[in-house]
Design a protein around this ligand. Structure first.
Ligand code: NQM
Length: 350
């Protein structure tokens, strides 16, 4: 820390944006760290006007990165925009896309010419991901020709393979023990292939599933139904009382409209995502691939492991392999970009 300032890199990771820190640059005590992060991001305030947060859950995210013998540790923190609350209860596969580049930039992992492999322990869930980052002359390459829906233009790809996504937070791929349940009078599938998600057919809510995020956020009755469902599904999924948690996510599914496997609209959990989270999409893809879930008869069968999960701004392609009811592989291609590297000055403590 210099001058009250803290070293920080602002990055776009996939379709999210967040502040990345070395763990050593933040207080070790979690409540001191979270209090500082609220002042850095500008929460609680719907505009986050006195901080660097972007006034939306997708742009109010933090990655805390530490070195370890075998790569790096990645702790994801969701800084709630309008409440003085920081949650470590979920992982984020989009911010994950920036972790490999950040680790190389900060010298936590030596750069290997061409492609650098960065093993990442995801501290929120205990899972492991392996990122492949393009490098030239020892420097991370950000420019490239890979596009992901929800981000304008193209960038260098970051290929991420996940180990053991099934049951990441809930302990089981199907945490209620069933491929389908009725909760709060709605037929749903509760699933965790990297992210706890409740999958709900749009017809159960009396909507088409093609509505825009703005339209869905305007449907007060649907939002109330979704929140009641979430509060009941959380304990049923082994997550305990989820009143203050950002999980489970709620994904509304309907038949695909653009050549993908299934169309989605996802509440995260109170705002509607403008696309879909990476691990959220991996969970939905697993639901689409498993027999007996509520996606049966709605999702189109995919020809191989690559599945395009349609969302409000395009589709997210994940590779999910399911064999005999078990997920055997989950992988994704993302992009990331360094936006700013410098010193952030937190709002003074009250
Ligand atoms: O599911 C948003 C995002 C996410 C999470 C959210 C994510 C994931 O799009 O892996 O990336 O669901 O809160 O960044």
């Amino acid at each position: 820390m210099t001058d009250g300032g803290i070293r920080c890199m602002l990055m776009r990771g996939g379709t999210s944006k967040g502040a990345y820190f070395l763990a050593d640059d933040l207080p070790q005590d979690p409540s001191e760290r979270d209090e500082l992060l609220l002042r850095i991001m500008g929460s609680p305030d719907i505009r986050q006007i006195d901080g660097i947060g972007g006034a939306h859950p997708l742009t109010s995210k933090v990655g805390v990165i530490s070195g370890n013998d075998n790569g790096v540790g990645y702790l994801f923190l969701q800084v709630v925009v309008d409440e003085a609350r920081v949650s470590s209860q979920q992982n984020c596969g989009n911010i994950l896309a920036g972790v490999g580049p950040f680790a190389i930039e900060r010298g936590l992992v030596p750069a290997t010419e061409g492609l650098t492999t960065v093993p990442i322990r995801m501290l929120n869930t205990g899972g492991v991901a392996t990122a492949q980052v393009q490098v030239n002359n020892g420097a991370v390459i950000y420019d490239g020709d890979t596009s992901i829906d929800g981000v304008p233009g193209t960038s260098a790809p970051v290929v991420i393979d996940f180990d053991d996504t099934a049951g990441s937070s809930c302990g089981e791929l199907l945490p209620t023990g069933h491929a389908a349940d009725v909760i709060e009078n709605l037929s749903v599938t509760c699933i965790d292939n990297g992210m706890p998600v409740v999958v709900i057919p749009a017809a159960e809510l009396g909507i088409s599933g093609a509505e825009s995020p703005e339209q869905l956020e305007g449907l007060d009755g649907v939002r109330r139904q979704l929140e009641n469902l979430r509060l009941a599904a959380g304990p049923a999924m082994g997550l305990g009382d989820v009143t203050d948690a950002t999980v489970p996510k709620l994904t509304i599914i309907s038949e695909p409209g653009a050549g993908g496997v299934v169309r989605t609209r996802t509440f995260i959990p109170h705002r509607c995502h403008t696309s879909i989270g990476v691990l959220g999409a991996a969970s939905v893809a697993a639901a689409a691939a498993l027999p007996g879930t509520v996606a049966d008869g709605i999702a189109r069968a995919s020809e191989g492991p690559r599945m395009a999960i349609e969302h409000p701004t395009g589709a997210l392609e994940v590779e999910v392999e399911v064999n005999g009811g078990n997920v055997t592989r989950t992988a994704v291609v993302r992009t990331a970009r360094k936006l700013f590297d410098g010193t952030v000055y937190p709002r003074p403590a009250l």
